[in-house]
Design a binder for this molecule. Sequence first.
Ligand SMILES: O=C(O)[C@H](O)[C@@H](O)[C@H](O)[C@H](O)COP(=O)(O)O
Length: 258
Amino acid sequence: MAHHSPNATNLFSFPNTDELVDSLAFFIAKAQKESIDKKGRFTVALSGGSLPKMLRGLIGNPSIKWDKWQVYYADERVVPLDDADSNHLSCTNNLFSKVPIPTENIHVLDVSLLDDLEELSDAYEKELIKEFAQKDAARFPVFDLILLGMGPDGHTASLFPGHELLAEEDRWIAYLDDSPKPPLKRITFTYPVINHAARVVFVAAGKEKVEILSQVLDTPEAGLPASRVKPVFPGQLYWFVDDAASVGVQFPRSAFKP
Ligand SMILES: O=C(O)[C@H](O)[C@@H](O)[C@H](O)[C@H](O)COP(=O)(O)O
């Protein structure tokens, strides 16, 4: 978006959830159009938590070309796809069951590998390699859009405070079996993948996020997981929050200009 400065963090704060949801949908539609115009496809990664229901502005939205979307999960709980803990189930219930996206465009865990975290994460990495070409040549995939949430401890995707995975520089997909937030077993995008995206968007709403949002934005040097999301040029970082969450934040807000 032309009015955004290169490599800056754009903080958009909205008076209520509905305005956040509508603006986010508008933003995604625009990112989608730019990506499809350039390459004929739109590569997106989604998270779990409260994020899937914040995407409701995409439902019934005529500008969305669902057959051009290739969807991955920025993190996923290692459970069957119909388990209540599955991020895919949450995204399906909140979004995919309500829009005409081809099933094969949604890249889920290989559930035959749920008992072997190493194999499971390698298989998911291979899914990404298929989409983004050879791992060695590309080095890291460049997603058009990665959508993230932020937990009350400052975690994002399944990158938790103090965890050794914060230092992962090589793998695209990593796994953990000691998640502080249940369930224990998860796979997650690593920072190199997140930080090579063209656009990374955090969505955080509600007064429960007040403290942590100000820590993440105002004290990035503390190194909380969400603060470590810093897309490399020309990638851009956007925060879509509501005023309830941003009331304690010093970081300057940007005007959202559709
Ligand atoms: O699998 C997960 O747990 C999510 O992907 C996780 O990273 C989530 O986005 C945050 O925990 C924020 O969750 P809320 O949006 O529910 O606060």
